[in-house]
Ligand binder design. Structure first.
Ligand SMILES: [Zn+2]
Length: 73
């Protein structure tokens, strides 16, 4: 299963692996084309280690900033 964001409804949709149409490798991510279970159109979902790392780094940054704000308040 794959979590994608429908560009039509803006909702997060759970797509099965059967819905995957193609996969393209990019230097910074993997583009997965998926048939959307909500609207039936094809959406490109980007995934991959570097993208996940960047997301995680951003989440850690936010958490650290929040902790600093809490201790300085
Ligand atoms: Zn859709």
């Amino acid at each position: 299963m794959l979590m994608i964001t429908c560009t039509v409804t803006g909702n997060r949709e759970l797509a099965s692996l059967d819905a995957v149409r193609s996969i393209a490798n990019h230097p910074d991510s993997i583009a997965v084309t998926v048939t959307c279970p909500a609207c039936g159109q094809e959406h490109v979902h980007r995934t991959g280690r570097r993208l996940d790392e960047a997301r995680r780094a951003r989440a850690v940054e936010v958490a650290v900033r929040r902790a600093v704000e809490l201790t300085s308040a």
